[in-house]
Design a protein around this ligand. Structure first.
Ligand SMILES: Nc1ncnc2c1ncn2[C@@H]1O[C@H](COP(=O)(O)OP(=O)(O)O)[C@@H](O)[C@H]1O
Ligand SMILES: [Mg+2]
Length: 357
């Protein structure tokens, strides 16, 4: 530990802080509330490369009675990223998350949160994190305001933010109701508000959209985007793939405790060669594919339902296919291009992974 006295650039107040050489800490001036960060001098080269990571997981393994729920996984999340952690039920997402947070005793692995090693700097590491568990639990007889009051007191946080937080998650109509009468979705939203109390630099959310109806999924999405705009890094697990696809910079896909893909959504689609699909409506086809269309170059597969043709092709061929159909005299009523989805990448990868075992 190194002691350091620094001066607030705003009110010139002197304050003494403690940290390890190379550690970066976030400070709020107790006098004027100005926020800033400070890096202790004396970085090692290892910590220099680590500095840009909000999470760094190396060789994490967790077994339950000999069963490997998480098997030697490694990944890192850069500061400022929105990171999707995907996998089917039982893949090991919650176990990984609980291991990162130090809630489970792991068999092996190195974990750094916001540059802090969870073993060496447990308190600083945990202080850097806001966590939404898979299943939230609150006292039934408290209102949402009383609930957040309680957590603000536990964390020594400013209570004036409570109404704003509840409003942000769409619970402002339920301020006087007892939490015991809340639906599962409302409890989840209250959990998200609670997670946001600490204004931490890193958030780990375990299935934040699980079981929510589309309106509330949007609320959660907006909160994630908002936190990220304010500079926070967010890792969230999900199997609502369409949501992950539009939100995340990067995804890791896990199946049976092992990582089966680690990439950007765009690269995953490219790598797996998942094709866009065309849906072309032509009046009067009545479930029959004209021979002349079947022969057009670049069509990889073609199917029909009533008047709609479903064509798989690569991106380059699609313009040619559309114009050839028109040239051959068909009157095209509607054209839709269905872009490849992460859902397909996900299913394809899991299918491949299960096949080799
Ligand atoms: N406390 C536990 N004891 C024994 N097995 C567990 C425990 N927690 C999780 N598992 C098992 O580990 C595997 C991964 O579970 P989990 O991490 O909850 O998956 P996910 O969150 O991806 O659905 C599952 O097979 C599950 O049954
Ligand atoms: Mg889970």
């Amino acid at each position: 530990m190194v002691d350091k006295t620094i001066m607030c650039p705003n009110c010139k107040n002197n304050l003494t802080i403690q940290g390890q050489p190379g550690e970066k800490i976030y400070i709020t001036c107790p006098k004027c509330d100005t926020k800033g960060k400070f890096t202790f001098p004396g970085k090692t080269s290892y910590e220099t490369t680590d500095d840009s990571y909000a999470l760094k997981i190396e060789g994490l393994t967790k077994t339950f009675n000999g069963f490997k729920a998480v098997d030697n996984i490694s990944f890192s999340v850069k500061k400022g990223e929105i990171f999707g952690f995907l996998g089917p039920n039982g893949a090991g997402k919650t176990t990984t998350i609980k291991s990162i947070l130090g809630l489970l005793r792991v068999d092996s692995g190195n974990i750094k949160i916001n540059g802090y090693d969870i073993k060496k700097n447990e308190i600083e590491a945990k202080r850097s994190i806001g966590y939404l568990p898979e299943r939230v639990a609150f006292y039934d007889n408290l209102t949402p305001i009383q609930t957040l009051n309680f957590f603000c007191e536990l964390q020594g946080a400013d209570k004036s933010i409570i109404r704003g937080l509840l409003n942000d998650v769409g619970l402002s109509d339920a301020l006087d109701r007892k939490v015991g009468g809340f639906s599962k979705g409302m409890l989840q939203l209250l959990g998200i508000a609670q997670t946001m109390i600490g204004k931490t630099p890193v958030y780990i959310l375990d299935e934040p959209m699980g079981g929510l109806d589309p309106r509330w999924v949007k609320v959660v999405r907006d909160r994630i985007i908002n936190l990220n705009e304010q500079g926070a890094t967010i890792m969230f697990s999900s199997h609502i793939l369409s949501e992950v696809q539009t939100l995340c910079d990067k995804v890791v896909i896990i199946n049976k405790g092992k990582i089966i893909a680690k990439d950007t959504v765009e690269n995953l689609n490219k790598h797996l060669k998942i094709r866009p699909r065309l849906e072309i409506t032509i009046d009067g086809l009545n479930g029959k594919i004209p021979e002349i269309i079947k022969k057009i170059d670049g069509i990889e597969s073609i199917d029909i339902k009533n008047d709609v043709l479903f064509i798989t092709c690569d991106s380059v061929a699609r313009i040619n296919i559309i114009s050839e159909i028109k040239d051959k005299g068909f009157e095209v009523k509607d054209i839709k291009t269905i872009e490849p989805s992460l859902e397909e990448a996900f299913m394809k990868l899991i299918f491949k992974d299960d096949e080799v075992k």
